[in-house]
Every structure is written in structure tokens, then in C-alpha cells.
Design a protein around this ligand. Sequence first.
Ligand SMILES: NC(=O)c1ccc[n+]([C@@H]2O[C@H](COP(=O)([O-])OP(=O)(O)OC[C@H]3O[C@@H](n4cnc5c(N)ncnc54)[C@H](OP(=O)(O)O)[C@@H]3O)[C@@H](O)[C@H]2O)c1
Length: 467
Amino acid sequence: MAAACEWLRGRLPWPNNAERTSAASFSKSSALELLKTSSADRYTKERSSIVVIGLNVHTAPVEIREKLAIPEAQWSQAIGELCALNHIEEAAVLSTCNRMEIYLVALSQHRGVKEVTEWMSKLSGVPVSELSKHRFLLYNKDATQHLFEVAAGLDSLVLGEGQILAQVKHVVKVGQGVPGFDRKISGLFKHAITVGKRVRTETNIASGSVSVSSAAVELALMKLPEHSYATARVLVIGAGKMGKLVIKHLVAKGCREMVVVNRSEDRVSALRVEFKDVEIIYKSFSDMQASAGEADVIFTCTASETPLFLKEHILQTACVYNVDDLKEVVAANKEDRLRKAMEAQTIIIEELNKFEAWKDSLETVPTIKKFRAYAERIRASEVDKCLSKMGDDISKKQQKAIYDLSMGIVNKLLHGPMQHLRCDGSDNRPLSEILENMNAINRMFDLETDISMLEEKIRAKMERSQN
Ligand SMILES: NC(=O)c1ccc[n+]([C@@H]2O[C@H](COP(=O)([O-])OP(=O)(O)OC[C@H]3O[C@@H](n4cnc5c(N)ncnc54)[C@H](OP(=O)(O)O)[C@@H]3O)[C@@H](O)[C@H]2O)c1
């Protein structure tokens, strides 16, 4: 056996519900302390931030990433637990074999990061000190730019690979309707998809050999003594999307015969139909050992959560490679990578500015809500006063006429100012003007002295946790 290429490995089991509940609730008690020490007032000056806490192929080895990985079936639960933390408003999980990144809208950057790091440590069993060594942190514009680069395939080991965009799309699909995958975070991910699509269609990034699978095929080829698949005996374990891509690249490199091990034969039969010119021999898992003994190159690419192929399954002379070893292949075309990355950056910066403008426009939403509530309080109290002066002689119809009159006056008076606070793309008002209007209305009607948004949010979280 000349080379074995194990580039995808199993995941650690996800903790049970009891363990997870205790992990999520460990910091709730501090909310009360927070309010008691009146620090809420300080927070009101702080705008909520977009934060990414991540470990990826550039910062952490596959062994650590595996421990942190969150299976797709648990993403919604993870979002719920993250948003139950005191300083986290919104969240999303991007967990692939190259990266485990948590995107957040945090009420306080420092406290939010601390809470989430402790949450990650508790779930994975990786101590905070170890996690901090491999973790990267980015805030606001930098966090947004990072996700845009990820979606565009610029941060991938194999520059421009398309799978990551599909994975970003999947985060949005799974997040739809999940409380906590709210406006800012879903807006961020949807915008990242737009960026990924633009970069793929408007630049050359997607041209050439661009997938993790093709890099794996390339790496194994480099290790084969004859540098050829024409005579090599190849075994592929797993016949899903990745298995199919491996086979596609093997065929392109001249491989004409291969053994495919999979649980069900159906998928392998479908591959035979697709790749008519090559001989694909199906074997079940019970034949895996024997097939491995006869192979020169083995690719393992199943989605099994426990490793199926262990070190003791292969000969001592075999070399084992994982996804991190693909760096060797990728380093070969550094100049090409740099050129393509520069083309994509222009689009990324353009879209980054659009997203920032949209995010800033959301700043006016609390003012709109507070201004409406302020007007409504005055309207309701004046109507009450008027009705009590009129006594019991007034009919239901007259009561309704008074109510309608009050609503009509308030709505007409609010219409103009509200138009100058909205930023929904329906007019050409510049964002700077809208933000000036917002500040003026806050000042004129003293809206900022209302109970702070943050205080309200912390109170709501405390009430939820007490229930
Ligand atoms: N899709 C991507 O973009 C991408 C990119 C890089 C890496 N990866 C990683 O590559 C792996 C495979 O991804 P994929 O997209 O090919 O998945 P997929 O299309 O869902 O295929 C999954 C494959 O794994 C097999 N499998 C699943 N659980 C198994 C188990 N317990 N025992 C034995 N076989 C099992 C399936 O066999 P059956 O046909 O019998 O069900 C199938 O062959 C995943 O770990 C994924 O994280 C995926």
C-alpha cells in the first residue's frame, strides 16, 4: 500500500440534554447582579456588536476542531442556548470540517465573548485556556468581512471551493424561524450568500481545480511512486456527495477502476450510471478490511460520527493524511491564489459597505418604536380623560368616533417624522440624514431617558430563566 488518505474523520458525541441545560444556565444568575450594580446604564452607551468566535483550518488542528464541531441536527438548539446567555441577542453556527465559527450579536463584546467561550468549553470539554490558544475573535466590520470572505471561498484551504457557499446557504435554511437567528444575523448570512454568488460569477475564482476532494486526489497522486492512477488500486469509502466528487476527480486523473465501500448499494449503482466509462466495484462494510488490504490508495469520506477506519486497520508502512495535510497541495499555486483573492476583494468591500448601511438603518427601529409608544401613551390618556368627562351618557358609536378621531390625528402627525426615520430603500434619503433625524427625535422627545433597551432585554432574560 503506497498511501492512504484519511481526510475526513468522525465527530465526538454531542452532550446529552441534562449536560447542555446546565451548560446554558451556568451564567444566568449574574444577570440580577448586573442590574443591581446599575451597570445597565453603562451598557446603554454601547451599541450591540457583531462578533465571530472561531476556530478554523488556519488556527486550530483538526483534532481540536472535531471536539468543537456541532452537528447540523443540533444547530437550532445551540442557537437557543447561546441566546439564553446574558449578553447574546442573536446567534448562528457555521460548523464544517474546516471551521467551527459562532456568529453573534452581543450586547457587550467582552462579556459576550467570555460567556460564549465558557459555553464552548463546557460543551466540548476543551479547557478555556486551550480554546483561547486556537480561537480567533473578530468584531463588527471585521467579522462581517470575514464571513463574506468565507462565503466567497477566500478563506478556504482550497481557494474558491464551492462547498462552503452551499454550507453558508444551509445555515440560513436551518436557521429559518429559529428564535435567535434573527434580523441582524440572518441579514448577515443572506448578504454573505449574495457576496459568494457575485464572487463566483464575476471573477475567475471558481475556475480550475477547486474542491477539497480534488485536492485530496491531487495529494494522494503526489504520494504515489509512479505518479499515476492508471495502475493504482483505489478504494473509496463513502458514496455521498464527497465520495462522488472524489470519484469524479479520480476519473479526470485517469483512474479506470475503483472499489467503493458504502452501507447501501443504491448510491454506488447511481455512480455507475453517471461514470459509464469506469469500472466501479461495490463492496459492503463487511468487506472493507479485505478491500483495504488490496488497495494502494484509500479515500475515506463518510459522514459517520464515529471513525470507521482506524490506524490499526492499515498497514504500518502506510501514510495517513487528513484534511489539514491538503495545505501541501494548496501551497503550490500561491500566486494564482493571491491574484484571484484580489479580484474578489473589490466585490467584498462594495458589499461590506452596503451591509453596514443596512445594519446602521436598523438603529432607527428602537426610536421608531419608542416614538410610537410615546404618542400612544398621550393619545390613550387624553381619550380616557375626555370619556370620563363625558360620563355615561355617551353611546358606543360616539365612543368609537372619539377613538377614531384620536387615532387619525396621531397617525397623521406621526406620518412625516416616521418617513424621515425609515430606511427601507424606498427613497433616496442618505443614511447620515436618517441617523441625524433619529438623534434629533430622541433629543426632542427625551426618548433616551426611557427604560433602556438593554435593561429591558436583561429583565426579559431574567424572567424567562426564572420561569
Ligand atoms: N458536502 C460538503 O461540502 C463537504 C465538504 C467537505 C467535507 N465534508 C464532509 O464530508 C463528509 C461526507 O459529506 P457528504 O457531503 O459526502 O455527505 P452525504 O452526501 O450525506 O453522504 C454521506 C455518506 O456517508 C455515509 N454514512 C453516513 N453515516 C454513516 C455511518 N454511520 N456508517 C457508514 N456510512 C455512513 C453515507 O452512506 P449511505 O449512502 O449508506 O447513507 C454516505 O455515503 C462529512 O463528514 C462532511 O462534513 C463535506
